[in-house]
Design a protein around this ligand. Structure first.
Ligand SMILES: *Cc1c(COP(=O)(O)O)cnc(C)c1O
Length: 388
């Protein structure tokens, strides 16, 4: 079959199965309210958990750094693209996560695939939670290591799988699972890794900035450090409101990545101004603990209200509060109805989630007001009544 025919066939099939993906085009900055084609929408699908993406202080530091360092970084980090703001951000991230070093990547996808393909070799074993982010799965598959998935958050299943292999083992989990919102049992996983002599890597894309006493993430919230979790990765495009990602750990881990990670070496460095803006995000995290506290209040408010309405909540304490729908076409229809009513909520369907578990992925932000959460609940109740 020719390329054109094959592409057309697969597009038709996606359409028929309710799996066709379409982009929205926003005419405004991120925020609790966004604008599209002249209409305002209440936004419950962004990962801007702390409301920082369009914060005036971030915009100002971005502009100031752009005036000094220009817009493009000009080259990869190892050629001449590594500038002072990048370096200072790496030092600040290392300090915040209580680790000797941190290394910036252009995206979380690159950080995960680069780290796993550098760390792992044929003959090693990598164990991944079934619900890990696609970038972790891809990195593990490309690494050449033996690849095993274990049942979601099932420490006993992982234990049995670890016991059955020889050679070095790396266990990889999301700190907070991106489509379910629940957390990995980091304490139990770390204890198991210690017993089985395996390394633990945590992708904290959805915990960093939000979880933990100072916002240092899921590992901090679990009272653990570099000994229990030697490889910590997190992204900067979610709670921190900017973009890019980092890996933090010991000096030999970071130097190893600088020498070997192809996704680090062969790509242009982030814009220096983005690094400068991220330094401001870190300052706001330190100064404004109210953002994390307010988010926790909103999460509780949403869960209490949804429980009263009998909505199909999932077991999540994070800003990600999915409502299970099941059928992909129905999830898409509900998302569409809510959009017509002025609310943006993404329908998440296979292959992002297992078949039969399509859902509305609701995300809350510290920028939302309690009234906006109440409006969300009212609309969901209405939507539920119509779909019965
Ligand atoms: C978003 C996300 C990534 C990818 O990060 P990007 O910076 O968007 O490439 C990786 N892991 C998890 C768990 C994520 O949610």
């Amino acid at each position: 079959m020719g390329f054109e025919q094959r592409l057309r066939a697969s597009l038709t099939q996606r359409q028929e199965q309710g799996l066709y993906r379409q982009r929205l085009t926003l005419d405004s900055a991120q925020g609790p309210v966004v604008r599209m084609q002249g209409r305002d929408y209440l936004n419950f699908c962004s990962n801007d958990y702390l409301g920082l993406a369009a914060h005036p202080r971030l915009v100002e530091s971005f502009q100031r750094a752009a005036a000094q360092y220009g817009v493009g970084s000009g080259a990869s980090h190892l050629v001449c693209g590594h500038s002072r703001p990048h370096h200072e951000l790496e030092e600040a991230l290392a300090e915040m996560t209580g680790r000797p070093r941190a290394l910036l990547f252009s995206s979380g996808y690159a950080a995960n695939t680069g780290t796993l393909t550098s760390l792992l070799q044929p003959g090693d074993n990598v164990f991944q939670d079934r619900l890990n982010h696609a970038s972790l799965l891809d990195g593990g598959l490309h690494s050449g290591a033996r690849f095993r998935r274990f049942a979601h958050n099932d420490v006993a299943d992982l234990d049995a799988k670890l016991a059955a292999v020889e050679g070095s083992g790396l266990v990889v989990v999301d700190g907070v699972f991106s489509m379910d919102g629940d957390s990995a049992p980091l304490g139990e996983l770390a204890a198991l890794c210690r017993r089985q002599d395996a390394w633990l890597m945590v992708d904290d894309a959805h915990g960093f900035g939000v979880m933990g006493e100072s916002g240092a993430g899921s590992v901090q919230a679990a009272g653990m450090g570099i000994k229990e979790v030697p490889v910590l990765m997190a992204t900067l495009g979610k709670a921190l409101g900017t973009g890019g990602a980092f890996v933090a750990g010991d000096d030999y881990l970071i130097e190893g990545l600088i020498q070997q990670a192809r996704n680090y070496i062969y790509t242009t460095a982030l814009a220096p101004a983005l690094a400068a803006a991220t330094l401001t995000s870190l300052a706001i995290l330190r100064e404004e603990a109210w953002r994390r506290n307010h988010l926790v209040t909103l999460i509780q408010r949403f869960r209490d209200g949804a429980n009263q309405l009998g909505l199909p909540l999932m077991a999540s304490n994070s800003a990600i509060q999915p409502l299970k729908v099941g059928d992909a076409t129905q999830a898409t229809a509900m998302s569409q109805t809510l959009r017509e009513r002025g609310l943006l909520i993404g329908a998440i369907r296979p292959p992002t989630v297992p078949s039969g578990t399509s859902r509305l992925r609701i995300t809350l932000s510290a920028a939302h007001s309690p009234q906006q959460v109440d409006r969300l609940l009212e609309e969901l109740a209405l939507c539920q009544k119509q779909s019965i």
